[in-house]
Design a protein around this ligand. Structure first.
Ligand code: OGA
Ligand code: ZN
Ligand code: ZN
Length: 523
């Protein structure tokens, strides 16, 4: 395994705390700090000693995940996308987007893979588009402001601000870097016409590559200049219409007939360029490659402006049509999506426990463990407990399913220490406000048995049985130690809800009601 990697690579990627700051994983040295003649003097399994005297130990799973196979992670290229000729517009719903992290992920995945999402029910109020952009990234302010109004103007600085039709284009190609995400939010659209259309520029470019490879090549290698100017603005950028990454994968399309400037190639190459430009445009303008829809008030379309071209049909310039748009960027967007994926995966894992073993196991009670935990969470919520304690109530018994010793072993007389097992397992993702009340919820039973004379009679038969396995009522010294624990009071509250949550007749909200709450607690 070690021999699959050159010495310089291994030395550069040493994971030890001298080489990488354990608080953030950042590397503490640079390439010029390494001896150019670095070599391995001794390799013992996954432990390597180098000629500079440093010894590194590598994790086999980490090495396996970083094999030297030429992989370049780049989510922006055609390889990471689902190219389309036509597609049913992926739809989202703004109130759900805000309330439900799972739906939020679906919407962002659509922009990531399909290139756009049509978000409904964004209040048709001025400025709302900025809130949408802010919910997944950062608004990119431009010379048009933080947002721009698209409506008919008396002296339009841009043809978008007339009633003219606008052919498929990407926005702001005269900017470098170009705004990579665009939003258009409809406040009103009471005109004849003014329909929207979108085209997948990556798909069109891939068709050009297949149908006319020479034209494709030429457009990837010929920078052209785009310009925008008004009284206070002068912007130009020169880039190829089709941008490819160093491996030749389509990565960016810039196409805007309104702002393209005179090309200044030698005579013969000028004609070849025009032929290629026309060939690409003819594909982009094919009606069968365009998805058409009508934006109504409170609809907001979010799209990848490096890939998706947008268009609109003309409309009479007397009626009332008003869109607001703004820009954002794909880097913030992608980071947000990656965090959502990570957090939603945790919530999904927890949900699976409720639907799987939690729904099957009774562990001596009249309700399943899933129903029991949902009831405890409902009690906590009704009592107005803080989010961490509601989540702790919801998950307090997961240790029955995540450890090697199960809840069934506990019922058989072996303490499975489920409070500690659950708290440690959840500690991978959650903070002490949720894990520590869980850790102490069995201790809290032993505590209450010692300090509250009426408590023992409230316990279910199974709880009274496990009390013995778990150590019985606390001694006075244990009571004092328990009371000194920072989360003791939360654990006692959780314990009371725990004992109450065993009612076979009680209907409570399902697990999904807590998804957003759990999501917000993940570190
Ligand atoms: C724009 C634009 C489309 C529309 O403002 O960039 O293309 O539907 N507008 O008005
Ligand atoms: Zn536009
Ligand atoms: Zn319980």
């Amino acid at each position: 395994m070690i021999s699959d990697f050159p010495a310089v690579w291994l030395r550069d990627n040493c994971p030890c705390p001298e080489c990488r700051d354990p608080r953030n994983g950042q590397k503490l040295f640079g390439i010029t700090d390494l001896d150019p003649r670095i070599h391995i003097v001794e390799a013992d399994g996954l432990s390597v000693t180098f000629s500079d005297g440093h010894t590194s130990r590598f994790d086999p799973a980490w090495l396996a995940a970083h094999t030297l196979d030429g992989t370049v992670p780049d989510d922006r290229t055609e390889d990471a996308k689902e190219l389309w000729a036509t597609v049913t517009p992926p739809e989202g719903n703004w109130p759900r987007f805000l309330a439900d992290p799972h739906h939020r992920q679906e919407c962002l995945e659509a922009v990531f893979r399909t290139g756009f999402v049509l978000l409904r029910e964004v209040p048709a109020e001025p400025g709302a588009v900025l809130e949408v952009a802010g919910a997944f990234g950062y608004v990119r302010e431009t010379n048009y402001g933080r947002l721009f109004d698209v409506r008919v103007e008396a002296t339009p600085v841009n043809l978008a601000f007339t009633g003219l039709p606008i052919t498929p284009h990407t926005d702001n190609p005269y900017r470098d870097p170009v705004p990579t995400v665009q939003l258009l939010h409809c406040l009103s659209n009471a005109v004849d016409g003014g329909e929207s259309g979108l085209v997948d520029g990556f798909h069109a470019a891939s068709l050009l590559r297949a149908e006319n490879p020479g034209a494709f090549e030429l457009l990837t290698r010929t920078p052209v200049t785009f310009r925008y100017g008004d009284a206070g603005t002068e912007l130009t950028a020169s880039r190829p219409m089709i941008g490819v990454d160093p491996l030749g994968r389509i990565r960016e399309v810039r196409f805007n007939n309104r702002s393209l400037q005179p090309v200044r190639l030698p005579y013969e190459r000028t004609e070849a360029f025009y032929a290629a430009y026309r060939a690409f445009a003819e594909i982009l303008y094919r009606p069968e490659l365009q998805v058409n829809f009508r934006l109504g008030p409170s609809d907001c379309v979010i799209f990848d402006n490096t890939r998706i071209l947008h268009a609109r049909t003309g409309f009479s310039d007397t009626g009332d049509r008003h869109l607001q748009g703004c820009y954002a960027d794909l880097d913030g967007f992608a980071g947000n999506l990656a965090v959502l994926r990570r957090r939603n995966a945790v919530v999904e894992r927890l949900r699976a426990l409720f639907e799987g073993p939690g729904a099957d196991d009774y562990l001596g009670e009249e309700v399943t463990q899933a129903a029991h935990m949902l009831q405890a969470a409902a009690c906590a919520r009704e009592a107005g407990a803080a989010p961490g304690l509601v989540a702790a109530s919801l998950l307090h018994d997961v240790g029955h399913f995540t450890g090697e010793i199960t809840g069934h072993d506990l019922m058989g007389g072996t303490d499975n220490r489920h409070s500690h097992v659950g708290a440690d397992w959840l500690g991978q993702w959650f903070g002490p406000e949720m894990t520590e009340p869980i850790r102490l919820h069995v201790a809290a039973k032993r505590y209450l048995c010692a300090v509250d004379g009426s408590y023992h009679d409230l316990l279910s038969e199974a709880s009274r049985y496990t009390l013995g396995v778990q150590g019985g009522p606390m001694s006075p010294r244990e009571v004092a130690e328990f009371e000194a624990e920072p989360y003791a009071q939360d654990a006692v509250r959780l314990r009371r809800w725990d004992d109450e949550a065993k009612d076979p007749g009680r209907e409570v909200p399902p697990f999904t009601d807590y998804a957003a709450l759990l999501h917000s607690l993940i570190r």
